[in-house]
Ligand binder design. Structure first.
Ligand code: UD1
Ligand code: MG
Length: 470
């Protein structure tokens, strides 16, 4: 049975969290002893501190959220009369934002301005080689601060939207485009700092196009804004069983971090080092707060994450991938979310009725989850074309469909969670969450292999191997 968490930490929890916080604080202080600190080590320490702070605050503030009306019933439990705190992702988002804001103090070095024509113009900025010896790692020039701040603004905006959604249950069609506004600071910085809007054409298309690069111009910005809309919403609709919102986000963040590490561990300084460091600085604290949330949201859930977490997580991925210039890699890691979205479109666009909740149906007798269904009354049958499409999908094993005397009775809801249950049969909630998470992990790893190895079949080079240009 799911029960609200105790608002106090146990003795063991207090000891463990305090121990972690002390270790992180000591390593953080030590990292400054050699002069200016090591941002990557500091980022790891901040992530540990963010974990401890989120973990404790989720416990302490749970009852406050319930009293404020932010609560929900776990629909997949036998005894679900208790309300669980909802919107706990807001705590993670706030702890995360504070962590990132304090972290600003660390990775930037001071440029030496040797000439200025006044009016705040920094005409000649001496390069890092003059101020610092050794490999160009860990430290950012001041210009990177714009990226950093724009990322924070975007994440703030999306957190406000998510919180508003948790408070007021904003309608889908109203909230859908709001992430596009949150993307504006990101896109402006992308335009000013980087501005690349061309894509490399696959080698087999190059002879026809007569060129290697295709400039998408303004369409590239439309694509990035679309990614800002898609990513947060796609996490929010792959939801409804304990833990799944957080585990999918942890897998995506961990794979993005793994991809970053590949660029930092090349045997020569890679030109994209800064972009991938930037990404790691944003992903590590995200992993910290997410693990703290998972500890409370995993089956049997003691808290719900809320839309705030889903939007916030989706936006973290977009922020790092746009400002780190690897948005196409993110798309490879979002394959299950893309499938879930495309598969959901008949219900999202109301071709087929979409109930308020599409999460799998809990069978209290067996204790297992089954696909949830949309029922069709005899006098409200779907359009004949829709019936044909439903039958085709059922034949392809992409749907479960019940018909009697030529009348459609029920069809399973169009989500990947229900489809998985159609394929694999009824199962326990935690097992479903584990299987979907593993599927996300396997597909993601495959996506990374495709990105770095198989891509060579259709592109001239993988940008991880850029020895020639260094
Ligand atoms: C999205 C999905 C909806 C799904 C819901 C579940 C679409 C278009 N919308 O809606 O189909 O039912 O997420 O999160 O696909 N809950 C549980 N167990 C869980 C998680 C949530 O019972 O493990 C219930 C709780 O009552 C909780 C509520 O779902 O209070 C949260 O739903 P909410 O996030 O507000 O739904 P949406 O994001 O609007
Ligand atoms: Mg939700």
């Amino acid at each position: 049975m799911a029960a609200s968490p105790s608002p106090t930490l146990s003795r063991t929890e207090t000891l463990n969290l305090s121990g972690l916080a002390v270790v992180c604080a000591v390593i953080l202080t030590r990292s400054f002893e050699n002069g200016e600190g090591e941002p990557l080590i500091a980022s790891l320490c901040f992530s540990g501190l963010a974990f401890a702070a989120s973990y404790a605050m989720i416990r302490w503030l749970g009852p406050t959220f319930v009293n404020a009306g932010l609560k929900g019933r776990d629909m997949s439990k036998v005894n679900n009369k208790h309300y669980l705190p909802e919107c706990m992702g807001a705590i993670c988002a706030v702890v995360y934002l504070f962590t990132i804001i304090v972290f600003i103090l660390i990775p930037f070095y001071k440029d030496i301005v040797v000439a200025t024509s006044g009016g705040g113009n920094r005409d000649v900025v001496m390069n890092i080689e003059y101020v610092q010896r050794g490999r160009l790692l860990h430290k950012f020039p001041h210009s990177k601060l714009a990226s950093f701040l724009s990322a924070i603004i975007s994440l703030h905006s999306i957190t406000i939207l998510g919180f508003g959604d948790d408070l007021f249950d904003i309608r889908w069609r109203h909230k859908f485009f709001i992430p596009a506004f949150a993307s504006i600071p990101l896109l402006v910085v992308y335009f000013v700092d980087f501005g690349v809007t061309s894509i490399v054409l696959p080698t087999f298309l190059q002879p026809y196009a007569g060129r290697e690069l295709l400039d998408l111009g303004v369409l590239y910005y439309v694509y990035m804004a679309a990614l800002c809309i898609f990513s947060p919403n796609s996490i929010n609709i792959l939801a409804g069983i304990n833990g799944i919102e957080v585990t999918q986000s942890i897998v995506i963040a961990a794979l993005l971090a793994l991809n970053d590490i590949l660029y930092l561990t090349t045997p020569y300084p890679h030109p994209a080092t800064d972009s991938h460091l930037f990404s790691l600085y944003f992903l590590l604290p995200f992993l910290g707060v997410s693990f703290a949330l998972l500890a409370h949201n995993w089956y049997p859930a003691r808290v719900f994450v809320g839309d705030t977490y889903c939007y916030f997580a989706g936006m973290v991925f977009v922020v790092v991938s746009i400002l780190g210039h690897f948005s196409k890699t993110l798309i490879l890691l979002l394959l299950p979310q893309i499938f879930n979205f495309v598969y959901s479109t008949p219900q999202l666009f109301k071709l087929i009725p979409c109930p308020r909740h599409r999460l799998p149906h809990f069978n209290a007798r067996t204790g297992l989850l089954e696909p949830s269904v949309t029922r069709w009354a005899p006098d409200e049958q779907p359009h004949p074309v829709v019936v044909r499409a439903l039958r085709l999908l059922a034949r392809l094993r992409l749907l479960s469909l019940k018909e009697e005397q030529g009348l459609v009775q029920e069809s399973s809801n169009f989500t990947i969670l229900n489809l998985w249950l159609v394929w694999r049969g009824p199962m326990r909630e935690d097992r479903l969450a584990t299987e979907i998470t593993l599927m996300q992990l396997v597909l993601g790893l495959f996506g990374l292999v495709v990105r770095h190895k198989l891509a060579l079949l259709i592109f001239r080079e993988d940008n991880l191997d850029l020895r020639s240009v260094v």
